[in-house]
Design a protein around this ligand. Structure first.
Ligand SMILES: Nc1ncnc2c1ncn2[C@@H]1O[C@H](COP(=O)(O)OP(=O)(O)OP(=O)(O)O)[C@@H](O)[C@H]1O
Ligand SMILES: [Mg+2]
Length: 471
């Protein structure tokens, strides 16, 4: 912006004087040239000189003589305004607007106002740059919200999950909302991602939102966005909501059972109308979003207790996928274990060797109840690979807590040979401790090394040795 050094003085100049008008012309950012009714240049301002290179000595001379291409004299003759006329002289490019000056219905002259094209060009370059940035950001956003999992990643699709995978694939490409029901860690998000990937929306965003982790008062504006000045502390210019971000893609509403009753009504409206309204705005916006909702709760029961809207439930429940807990499809466990072992990246696997698991441990894992389902299994396998001295996973590499829980549960469950599972595990543990002690020696130094190698404290080792009568 050109410095307007004359501003302070403007007030001092008499309004009637020529100087007052001159000061105005000198302070503006456009080039101005004025001719009288004979086509003689009356005045130019400094900006005109800067843009066109024409110097003030043109004043008092006929314009056509010095600027043969000038169209301003035409304006004088035909009294027509001309807008956006492109001019180029040497390395200068600019656009000119021209208008006749009429006083008392008489043409007394004409004025030409010009803007440097280099500036317009700069602005257009800046605009191009910003557009490119927006394009890049959109691309990044799509990449960010691209799904990680497809149906190929689902283990159990030929086993315990066969039927549910079949239905999920069949309904993937429709626009119907889907409700996925399953305990925590059963793979609800995995299914949602696979469905999105399989659908025609696969290249568009998949936006997950956990309705339980966002305070109810914020969830509405997160989902629908808000308009300018919608509330105190609102971002200037408003904010786009997750529905708009997911446009043409999928919005995954996790833990839908935790959504507030009021918001459920608004969600139902979106499902029916495919329109949203930002908080604080009246205008409605069309959106094209597929909804996949998930819950670990019994929605029918919530409906019965008036905690969940029946109308929304029936709308969502048209296509519902029930993912069975791991304990009800134990046949999938060995494949899950082997797949998790293959993907485990703990230090001992760095040399490229693969983890294995002994039969007894796999059997124990198969019979465990897995309250945290596949997520818990993944964590246990990760833990075991960290604890393993070599590349074979044994029973004592499993977390103590899990072992204790299971032992308590199975304490009284007799196996056909009269041994409880607890007996079997204890026997294995005792045998393993003796093996390691045999390797390092049953003296103080050997015990320290044994405890270290088993990943337990010396005190724990002593307790176990006492329990198994090794000392
Ligand atoms: N059938 C499966 N095959 C392979 N991996 C699975 C399977 N089911 C779940 N997983 C894995 O288990 C973990 C938990 O899955 P996911 O997050 O989809 O569960 P969730 O049902 O959404 O759990 P929550 O209710 O706690 O949110 C993920 O790492 C996922 O990849
Ligand atoms: Mg989840």
């Amino acid at each position: 912006m050109k410095e307007r050094s004359d501003n302070k003085n403007t007030a001092l100049i008499s309004e009637n004087s020529i100087g007052w008008w001159k000061a105005i012309l000198e302070s503006i950012n456009d080039g101005v040239l004025v001719i009288d009714h004979n086509g003689y240049v009356k005045m130019i301002n400094p900006e005109y000189t800067r843009i066109t290179g024409v110097t003030p000595d043109i004043i008092g001379k006929p314009l056509v003589k010095y600027r043969p291409g000038a169209q301003l004299t035409k304006t004088l003759k035909d009294c027509q305004c001309r807008v956006g006329v492109y001019r180029k002289t040497k390395d200068r490019e600019y656009v000119v607007d021209m208008a006749p000056i009429i006083i008392n219905e008489q043409i007394v002259g004409a004025v030409s106002v010009c803007k440097s094209l280099t500036e317009v060009h700069k602005l257009s370059l800046e605009l191009q740059k910003q557009n490119e940035k927006v394009r890049q950001l959109k691309k990044q956003m799509n990449a960010l919200y691209k799904v990680k999992y497809t149906f190929d990643d689902i283990i159990g699709k030929d086993g315990g999950l066969k039927d549910v995978v079949y239905v999920a694939k069949r309904v993937s490409d429709s626009n119907f909302p889907i409700l996925i029901i399953g305990e925590s860690g059963t793979g609800k998000e995995l299914f949602a991602q696979a469905i999105h990937h399989e659908s025609h929306r696969g290249n568009k965003p998949f936006i997950p939102v956990n309705c339980a982790s966002i305070p109810p008062s914020l969830l509405e504006s997160e989902l629908f966005g808000y308009g300018d000045g919608a509330f105190t502390n609102a971002k200037k210019g408003g904010k786009i909501g997750l529905f708009e971000m997911a446009d043409q893609g999928t919005l995954f509403l996790d833990e839908i059972g935790d959504m507030s009753y009021d918001l459920q009504a608004k969600l139902l409206r979106v499902l029916q109308e495919s329109k949203i309204r930002r908080v604080g705005e009246t205008e409605e916006r069309n959106i094209d979003v597929r909804i996949i909702a998930a819950t670990h709760r019994d929605l029918q029961q919530l409906v019965n207790k008036n905690h969940f809207r029946g109308d929304l439930f029936y709308r969502l429940n048209v296509i519902s996928l029930k993912i069975a807990p791991l304990r009800e499809r134990r046949e999938d466990i060995p494949e899950l274990v082997h797949s998790l072992l293959r993907s485990s990246l703990t230090p001992s696997a760095r040399d490229g060797s693969m983890y294995t698991i002994d039969e007894q441990t796999l059997e124990f894992i198969r019979s465990y109840d897995w309250p945290g389902n596949v997520r818990e299994l993944r964590n246990v396998i990760d833990y075991a690979t960290c604890m393993a001295e070599g590349t074979e996973i044994k029973i004592h590499h499993l977390p103590d807590v899990m072992m204790k829980l299971e032992m308590n549960r199975l304490d009284s469950t007799l196996k056909p040979n009269g041994q409880t599972l607890k007996d079997i595990t204890e026997e294995a543990e005792s045998k393993h401790i003796q093996e390691i002690l045999g390797k390092f020696g049953n003296d103080m130094e050997g015990r320290k090394k044994t405890a270290n190698s088993l990943g337990v404290s010396l005190a724990t080792l002593y307790n176990k040795m006492k329990k198994y009568r090794i000392i």
